[in-house]
Design a protein around this ligand. Structure first.
Ligand SMILES: NC(=O)CC[C@H](N)C(=O)O
Length: 227
């Protein structure tokens, strides 16, 4: 399996993403600079965390206008798995690949700590390695993680089972304690917690590696005969 780790000016979790899939899982991976857009030959696309364009205007707003997003939108419509973590999630929201928006944390402070999450949907290609309603621990590190959407959208997220992760103890004011959502087709996941920073127990938690393993398992079951 071959992952593309997209790098924007200001991304700072790209190497953690690369470590999770290349070093921890032994899969192929490339860093793809946002200007060198050729994503057609990748089996999954990862949008890492960071401070793209310095978070000017809104986190992810400027990166979402990059030309590479045209290809990412094409890949999303083709069903390619796309994972946006933290700033990557903000980019996906700003690009309208996922519904809703991110507001400043309700306490207006940057929050950086381990957070308990509940796996609300373990039926996605990103979460098949988790048990239903499993409680996991992943780090968060963000200033604009307060997920917002209107009532109609929230009801659709609930009825379509698009809410994948919720916080055990909501740190930022997100509607419905939302920590991560998928698109209706289930191939685009955005989440604020960092699974790539929990790919090895020495980091304080290895609960995140199961997310990347789920992506790999789905690819093998789909494309590798007899997998
Ligand atoms: N770790 C991150 O990706 C941070 C995202 C964004 N810069 C924020 O502070 O909300």
């Amino acid at each position: 399996m071959k992952f593309a780790v997209v790098v924007f000016p200001g991304s700072n979790c790209d190497r953690d993403m690369y470590y999770a899939v290349k070093d921890a899982l032994g899969e192929e991976a490339d860093f793809v600079w946002y200007q060198d857009a050729n994503l057609a030959n990748y089996d999954a696309i990862l949008l890492p965390g960071g401070f793209s364009y310095g978070d000017y205007l809104r986190s992810g707003a400027i990166a979402s206008t990059s030309h590479i997003m045209d290809q990412i939108k094409t890949e999303a419509s083709n069903g390619t798995p796309i994972l946006g973590v933290c700033n990557g999630f903000q980019v996906l929201l700003e690009a309208q690949l996922l519904p809703g928006a991110m507001l400043r944390n309700e306490r207006l402070k940057f929050m950086c700590h381990q957070e308990g999450l509940i796996v609300q949907n373990n039926q996605t290609l990103f979460t098949s390695e988790y048990a239903a309603l499993e409680t996991i621990t992943l780090p968060i590190a963000h200033g604009e993680g307060n997920y917002f959407c209107d009532d109609t959208t929230y009801q659709q997220l609930q009825s379509n089972n698009q809410i994948v992760f919720t916080y055990e103890n909501n740190p930022n004011g997100s509607i419905g304690d939302i920590a991560g959502i998928v698109n209706k087709d289930g191939n685009v996941l955005g989440m604020m917690p960092h699974p790539e920073r929990a790919s090895d127990a020495i980091l304080g938690s290895d609960d995140g590696i199961k997310l990347f393993q789920s992506i790999v398992n789905n690819w093998r079951e789909t494309y590798v005969a007899g997998a």
